[in-house]
Design a protein around this ligand. Structure first.
Ligand SMILES: *Cc1c(COP(=O)(O)O)cnc(C)c1O
Length: 397
């Protein structure tokens, strides 16, 4: 049994804030500040350059990768951290296309996060070999997996609606058509149980600053299935993916397995904060998190639907088809969310009309859900979105 009450106590949550935006940026683990301070003083400060060996900085991207592997059903030794998710999307896609040189179609869906699509388009331009990015409705992906498709590039959980793709089925269909399956786990890792190995996924990527609570700008991760790990040709052939970085060989030779997906110097300080978050995740089973996420989500949907008839549920009603977020459509969603935030209930807004609430059982309980629903109900009943102060947009929504 997981003691969720104790887990919540492991996070710093500001007084008066009910935080339903851990799907964008997870909160601070209480031990992270001390952990970072120790790395700064005892490692960077006192060890200087020797920290790469003595403090194990160079192995950190693999060590932390193994801890994430447990959460996403990956084989140990096949996940590595570094860079940002957009970069990891590019690497995975480039590797997949090189494994299917005779095919030209990358299949994605309209629910995918724009950066994934932008990176695919950029890669297509760079390769200049006539590839096509085919973007179809999320429920039509399966129908479009044909023998033209080199790779599917799908985000398992839709960032706006929370719609959950069936990873096992779509991967199987891709394989039956001779295509490779790349999964973006941005809204899956730490949100729902993932079984990369069981689904035979070929590549997976994700970030660590959302559900995993690694902190703003925490590094991304990439998984390459063992059957391809020693075969993929790295498009971003940086020195730390080289077989012998310190041989300073002018010719690039890829390192063994997942090591070749490293690019440059790892973000040691950022990984210290992530490590503190992973200390918490090490104590957690994803099945229990999922069960509690569903219970809290159902509670939130019931309360909001009862009190706010003008909001339309944008997320799938069946929890089996939903990740760990609940979204509602509302024309004035941006201002309504600003009004909620002004009253300490933090969710976010995704254009054009989605109010999004992340359900994160590590630090949310029934009282938080009830408070969030009550504040939202008040905002709606009083039409607080009409207030001009809530209509000002910052750079980040
Ligand atoms: C959050 C998110 C990103 C962000 O990419 P970064 O390079 O980390 O900024 C990319 N793709 C998806 C699907 C996301 O949800």
């Amino acid at each position: 049994m997981i003691d969720f009450k104790r887990l919540k106590d492991d996070f710093h949550l500001p007084e008066g804030v009910t935080y339903l935006d851990g799907n964008s940026l997870g909160p601070l683990p209480k031990t992270a500040a001390a952990r970072m301070a120790a790395v700064m003083q005892a490692e960077w400060g006192d060890m200087l350059i020797t920290g790469w060996n003595r403090a194990g900085w160079m192995d950190q991207p693999r060590r932390l990768g193994d801890r994430i592997a447990r959460l996403i059903g990956a084989e140990p030794g096949h996940v590595v951290l570094g860079d940002t998710l957009s970069i990891k999307v590019y690497q995975a896609l480039a590797a997949a296309l090189a494994l299917r040189p005779d095919r030209k179609v990358i299949l994605s869906d309209t629910g995918n996060f724009p950066s994934d699509l932008y990176m695919a388009e950029g890669l297509i331009r760079t390769l200049d070999r006539g590839h096509e990015l085919r973007v179809v409705a999320p429920d039509k992906v399966s129908d479009h997996i044909t023998d033209e498709v080199a790779a599917t590039l799908l985000t398992e959980v839709d960032y706006r609606t929370g719609h959950l793709h069936n990873m096992a089925q779509l991967t199987e269909k891709a394989h039956n058509s001779g295509a490779l399956a790349i999964w973006d786990l941005a809204h899956s890792a730490g949100a729902i149980p993932v079984d990369l190995q069981g689904c035979s996924a070929d590549f997976a990527v994700g970030c660590t600053y959302k559900y995993l609570n690694g902190g703003p700008g925490a590094p991304a991760f990439i998984y390459v299935a063992p059957r391809y790990a020693d075969r993929v040709d790295p498009a971003l052939s940086g020195w730390l993916g080289h077989a012998a970085p310190f041989a300073f060989d002018p010719r690039y030779q890829p390192g063994p397995g997942i090591e070749r997906m490293r690019v440059g110097t790892p973000p040691v300080l950022a990984m210290a904060a992530l490590e503190a978050a992973l200390d918490i995740w090490d104590r957690v089973e994803m099945d229990a998190v999922r069960a509690r996420s569903i219970a809290l989500s159902q509670r939130f949907i019931e309360r909001v639907e009862r009190a706010c008839p003008t909001l339309t549920l944008a997320s799938p009603r069946d929890p089996e088809n939903r990740g760990s977020q609940v979204s509602f459509r509302f024309e004035h969603g941006f201002a309504a969310m600003q009004a909620c935030i002004a009253q300490g209930v933090i969710g976010d807004f995704r254009a054009p009309d989605i109010m999004r609430f992340g359900i994160t059982p590590l630090y949310l309980d029934e009282a938080d859900i009830d408070r969030a629903a009550a504040v939202l109900a008040k905002v709606m009943a009083e039409k607080q979105w009409e207030n001009a102060e809530f209509q000002q947009q910052g750079r980040v929504t």
